[in-house]
Design a protein around this ligand. Structure first.
Ligand SMILES: NC(=O)c1ccc[n+]([C@@H]2O[C@H](COP(=O)([O-])OP(=O)(O)OC[C@H]3O[C@@H](n4cnc5c(N)ncnc54)[C@H](O)[C@@H]3O)[C@@H](O)[C@H]2O)c1
Length: 315
C-alpha cells in the first residue's frame, strides 16, 4: 500500500455511510471513492462527508462515483455494502437474490479495470456474496474478505458481558460458520481475561446460560432491525477494524468469512474461521480444535451456505 490510502465504498446508505465516517475519524483513508446507484443519495452523502472534513483529525479527498465502478479500480480496499436491507428484515437470506444480482454489476468490471487491492464484502447473505465475488471474477481468494462473524462475535461478547459485568474487550468469544442463523458459538475457546467461563463461574459466583447466550449472539441483529430497520454501528466499526489491519498490516487475528479449504473436510465456499489479516488480505486461516458438537454445527452451517450458493450459482 502506498502512502496515500485509497478506499472505495459501494452502497452508501446506513452501513456504507458509517464505514466512511469511521474511516475518516480514524484517518485510515486519504481518498474515498463512493459509488451508489442512487445518485441523489450518493451526492448527498459525499457532500455531508466533505462538510465534516474540518472536524476529522486529518483531511481526505472524497469522490462521488455513482455507478462508475471502474474508478474504484485504483483503490487499496473496496467495501461492498450494496444491498436492500429491508429484504433482510427477518432473515439475511431475504437478500439472496438482490445482493448477488448487484455484485454481478460491479465485481468483474472493477477487476477488469485493474483492481489489485482487497475486497471487504459486507452485503448479505455475507458468505454467499463473498463466494460469488470469487466465483465470478476468479480473483485471489485471500484478497476477498467477508466481514462474516466479526459482528456476531462482538454480539457474543456483549451477551457475556451482560452476565458477568466485565469489559467486553477482555472477553475472547467467537461465533464461527455462516453469518446467519446457522452460525455457532465456539464455547470450547471462550476466555474472560485469561480465565475459562467455568473458572469465572466458580470464583465470581455467576452462571452462564450457554444456549441462551449463543442465541443472543445469533439473534441480536434482529432486535436492532426491529427497531430501526437496519444495523449499522457495530458492523461498520467491525469492518473498519478489518480495514485498519489491511492498511497498517497489523496481522489482526479475527473471525472473517474466507475461502474454506479443507477445514474438517469442508471446501469451496466462504465461511467464518479465525484469520490473520494484513496488507495482503487473509494471510493465514486457523482451524480451531473444536469440540464434537461444534464440528457438527460447523458442517450444518457450511451445508446451509452451500444450499444458498446452489440457488444463485452462475459461475
Ligand atoms: N455482514 C454484516 O454483518 C452486515 C450487517 C449489517 C448490514 N449488512 C448488509 O450490508 C448491506 C448494506 O446495508 P444497509 O443497511 O446500508 O442497506 P440499505 O438497503 O439501506 O442500503 C444499500 C445501498 O446500496 C445501494 N446499492 C444497491 N445496489 C447497488 C449497486 N449495484 N451499486 C451501488 N450501490 C448499490 C442502494 O442504492 C443503497 O443506497 C445489506 O446487504 C445488509 O444486509 C451486513
Amino acid at each position: 500500500m502506498g502512502l496515500v490510502s485509497k478506499i472505495g465504498i459501494i452502497g452508501i446508505n446506513h452501513v456504507g455511510a458509517h464505514v466512511a465516517n469511521a474511516l475518516l475519524y480514524q484517518s485510515l483513508a486519504s481518498e474515498l471513492y463512493i459509488c451508489d446507484t442512487n445518485e441523489v443519495l450518493c451526492r448527498a452523502q459525499v457532500n455531508d462527508l466533505l462538510d465534516a472534513m474540518s472536524f476529522y483529525p486529518h483531511s481526505a479527498r472524497v469522490f462521488e462515483c455513482d455507478d462508475r465502478y471502474e474508478e474504484l479500480a485504483q483503490c487499496d480496499v473496496i467495501v461492498n455494502a450494496a444491498g436492500h436491507v429491508a429484504a433482510a428484515k427477518e432473515n439475511r437470506d431475504g437478500e439472496l437474490f438482490v445482493t448477488t444480482e448487484e455484485a454481478k454489476k460491479f465485481a468483474q468490471r472493477i477487476v477488469d479495470a485493474g483492481f489489485k487491492g482487497v475486497w471487504v464484502s459486507i452485503a448479505n447473505p455475507n458468505d454467499v456474496v463473498a463466494t460469488e465475488i470469487w466465483g465470478l471474477t476468479g480473483y485471489d481468494p485471500k484478497k476477498i474478505i467477508g466481514s462474516g462473524t466479526t459482528l456476531d462475535s462482538s454480539r457474543f461478547k456483549h451477551a457475556i458481558a451482560n452476565v458477568c459485568g466485565y469489559d467486553p474487550q477482555c472477553i475472547n468469544s467467537w461465533m464461527l460458520g455462516e453469518h446467519g442463523l446457522s452460525e455457532f458459538a465456539l464455547w470450547s475457546h471462550v476466555t474472560i481475561g485469561c480465565l475459562t467461563p467455568e473458572e469465572v463461574e466458580r470464583q465470581a459466583g455467576v452462571s452462564f446460560d450457554r444456549p441462551d447466550l449463543e442465541e443472543q449472539a445469533r439473534h441480536g441483529g434482529y432486535i436492532t432491525m426491529a427497531g430501526k430497520m437496519c444495523t449499522e454501528y457495530s458492523i461498520s466499526n467491525g469492518a473498519v477494524e478489518i480495514i485498519k489491519a489491511i492498511v497498517h498490516d497489523t496481522k489482526l487475528v479475527t473471525p472473517v468469512s474466507t475461502l474454506v479449504e479443507g477445514a474438517y473436510g469442508e471446501s469451496g465456499l466462504f465461511s467464518s474461521l479465525p484469520c490473520v489479516i494484513g496488507a495482503q488480505g487473509v494471510e493465514r486461516v486457523f482451524v480451531p480444535e473444536m469440540a464434537e458438537g461444534e464440528i457438527a454445527k460447523w458442517h450444518a452451517s457450511c451445508a446451509h451456505i452451500r444450499e444458498n450458493i446452489e440457488k444463485v450459482k452462475c459461475w
